[in-house]
Design a protein around this ligand. Structure first.
Ligand code: ATP
Ligand code: MG
Ligand code: MG
Ligand code: MG
Length: 408
């Protein structure tokens, strides 16, 4: 992709509405734009990051035995009345009537819809266990939409639901998901902690939240500085090693729940067990906020100049910057490296714009590509090209071949 053709409208100034750095940088780097309060468009660079995160999540869900499906976003009110959540959920649930005056809502989460599907199709223990998931748009009329896509009213979530014959099965499914979540956040280049949590309006007994530690986080957590154990409860000493705990703030990026029969019982999602008896299916549910994970990655990885994308979720891995666009030799060499990297399957941008070197460097730092390949006058003298690594700020001088090998 050529920078001259890229649709990434950048902003020089910090936007006034942005209270946290990730929101500001997502606007400044041209990743998102607001349509209305808590409702955002993802522009090409933003969508590339979302898709990277989605692919990591999808791979890990599949690896753990999940099967992807796609449920409707539009839900008949009757289903929500069956579980009582039509009344409990409150004004966060976006409700309306269809032309026949029937109650509908936009799904903020999908326990009712998936339980309805499974109760119709699963009759016997032989069809269990199951892990079904989707990556889909959720709607929540948040009382205070803020921090950009971190707390928005329309957002992408991965939600997986597990269905087991007993609590032992549920524990196994839960363990699998717990580990899959650890892998997802590790692969996204994020330091996370998992803490036991309240299950809130989703319900159930056991639940864990996955948090990214950041000062802007809305959740209070206490963390053991010695063994890393985290908790949302106010205790003063670490339950594991007795060290005094430190208070921190975290961003909730994922949440997993052991639901038990909370939905299967009222919705009569029963199966016939080995012993011929009818029993409720034992359920779990597991969510990851895709957009929120993207914002949290920026909270965790940025500096004064802009974003520092982890390699695994960067919109492009490399940007090739000819320092002087009107110098033909520089442009030719930059073009050559760009094409070579493209041929090797990398995601590369070529900054072919006729703007000052300063503008190019500043924007490359703002947009946060992990590797900047700078083709300048030095190259013409020594054949060496400067490479800057955005995450560490390290610079190296390498030959074109070394660069191609290195990015591998
Ligand atoms: P919060 O406590 O921040 O309101 P939640 O506990 O209501 O989140 P869950 O119902 O557990 O959220 O949903 C699973 C995941 O979906 C969350 O861990 C988070 O990553 C994401 N998520 C929830 N609400 C939003 C939102 N308004 N905007 C973006 N992502 C969200
Ligand atoms: Mg909430
Ligand atoms: Mg929460
Ligand atoms: Mg939660």
């Amino acid at each position: 992709m050529k920078m001259s053709a890229l649709f990434a409208p950048t902003l020089k100034e910090t936007p006034q509405e942005a209270e946290v750095v990730s929101h500001s940088l997502m606007l400044r780097a041209g990743l998102i734009r607001q349509l209305s309060s808590g409702i955002y468009s993802f522009l090409p660079l933003g969508l590339r990051v979302l898709n990277k995160i989605i692919e990591i999540v999808r791979e890990e869900m599949n690896r753990a035995g999940g099967q992807e499906l796609l449920l409707p976003a539009l839900h008949p009110g009757e289903l929500w009345k069956e579980t009582g959540r039509w009344d409990i959920y409150g004004p966060e649930l976006i409700r309306f009537k269809d032309r026949r005056n029937r109650d509908f809502c936009l799904g903020p989460t999908h326990e009712e819809v998936i339980t309805d599907l499974v109760r119709r199709e699963v009759r016997s223990y032989k069809q269990l266990p199951l892990m079904l998931y989707q990556i889909q748009t959720k709607f929540r009329d948040e009382i205070r939409p803020r921090f950009g896509v971190m707390r928005s009213r329309e957002f992408l979530m991965k939600d997986l639901y597990s269905f087991d014959v007993d609590y032992e099965g549920l524990k196994k499914s839960y363990e699998k998901m717990y580990h899959a979540y650890c892998r997802v956040f590790e692969r996204c280049g994020l330091d996370f902690i998992a803490v036991e949590a309240e299950s809130g309006v989703i319900g159930g007994d056991v639940s864990h939240e996955f948090l990214i530690l950041a000062d802007s986080g809305e959740e209070k957590v206490v963390v053991c500085p010695s063994c890393g154990l985290g908790s949302t409860e106010e205790r003063e000493k670490c339950a594991r090693c007795g060290t005094p705990l430190e208070e921190k703030r975290g961003i909730e990026v994922g949440h997993i729940f052991q639901l038990g029969t909370k939905y299967s019982e009222p919705m009569k999602a029963y199966f016939v067990d080995r012993d011929g008896k009818e029993k409720p299916i034992i359920m779990g549910c597991y969510g990851i906020g895709i957009g929120r994970t993207m914002a949290a990655a920026i909270e965790a990885h940025h500096d004064e100049q802009g974003i520092k994308w982890p390699y695994s979720i960067a919109p492009y891995q490399v940007i090739v910057i000819p320092v002087n666009a009107s110098n033909e030799e520089q442009m030719q060499e930059a073009q050559r490296i760009y094409e070579e990297l493209l041929n090797q399957g990398f995601e590369v941008l070529l900054d072919d714009r006729d703007v000052s070197a300063g503008v190019k460097f500043n924007e490359a730092d703002l947009l946060g590509f992990p590797v900047q390949v700078i083709v300048g006058t030095k190259f013409l003298k020594t054949g060496k090209i400067e490479v800057k690594f955005r995450m560490t700020g390290d610079r190296e001088e390498l030959s074109a071949q070394e660069i191609v090998n290195l990015v591998h």
